[in-house]
Design a protein around this ligand. Structure first.
Ligand code: G3P
Ligand code: CA
Length: 247
């Protein structure tokens, strides 16, 4: 089975990461199965879609996301921040989106992987996802993941029906044992550490394996051979082209 394509921070090779432009581009690509994004719950309560703990790399501003007001964050231009790659085709002004804006845009066309980045995100994310469930979204339209396993466990207790994915850097003790313990849907492994034992162990436990973040053809080939279920990629077209030749 071909691994599914997960648009990492949207179609972030083509548009500024974690912006509506990037998510629109990912939706326009016919083989995108899931869109990944990163979220912080700022102290005033809004859920902001941005990867770093500071705004410096991806916007024209400075400072920590969690120390910034909603008004300040929304005043920034996220459409070509200082650290964003030179391959970005667009230099339009983009706002840091809220999670609501992204969910409204996606509108159940593909699954959405919400990575809980900041602290205390479990409760506010649960609240928003419940609002969208009431509007007709289904539990498996979502996949909530985190490197912060305490926050992820908290989320799973709050809304057990939503699938969760456990993010790992490196090789976890007991492989996927911990993920099985919290009834995770998937484990998300970094490409440099993923190996056959980990993949087989997860599959034996009935857990999917997704790998991040694949840029090169040889990485995609290796993950295909390992039999992973999904790959996080920045360049959807390139990854699809490689996959098509492989499997
Ligand atoms: O969720 C996969 C991947 O996004 C995790 O790493 O640093 O890109 O959020 P990062
Ligand atoms: Ca992420």
């Amino acid at each position: 089975m071909k691994p599914i394509l997960i648009a990492h921070r949207g179609a972030s090779a083509m548009e500024p990461e974690n912006t509506l432009a990037s998510f629109k581009k990912a939706l326009a690509f016919p083989f995108t199965k899931m869109i990944e994004l990163d979220v912080y719950a700022i102290p005033s309560g809004e859920l902001m879609v941005i990867h770093d703990d500071k705004v410096d790399r991806t916007t024209n501003g400075h400072g920590y996301v969690m120390e910034s007001s909603f008004e300040f964050l929304r005043s920034l231009d996220a459409g070509g921040g200082r650290g964003q790659g030179k391959s970005k085709s667009s230099r339009r002004r983009e706002k840091i989106p809220t999670l609501n804006e992204v969910l409204d845009l996606i509108n159940r066309r593909v699954k959405v992987n919400i990575e809980l980045k900041g602290e205390n995100t479990a409760e506010p994310v649960k609240k928003i996802l419940q609002e969208y469930l009431a509007k007709g979204w289904k539990h498996d339209d979502y996949l909530v993941s985190s490197f912060n396993h305490e926050e992820l466990r908290k989320f799973k207790r709050l809304l057990p029906e939503i699938p969760v994915g456990v993010l790992f850097v490196g090789i976890p003790l007991g492989y996927a044992k911990y993920a099985q313990g919290i009834k995770a849907y998937s484990i998300h492994l970094s490409v440099e550490f993923a190996n056959q034992e980990m993949v087989d162990d997860a599959h034996r436990r009935g857990i999917k394996v997704f790998c991040w973040t694949l840029e090169e053809a040889d990485e995609i080939e290796r993950m295909c051979k390992l039999g992973v279920d999904g790959i996080f990629v920045n360049d959807l077209k390139f990854a699809y082209g490689v996959l098509r030749k492989l499997c």
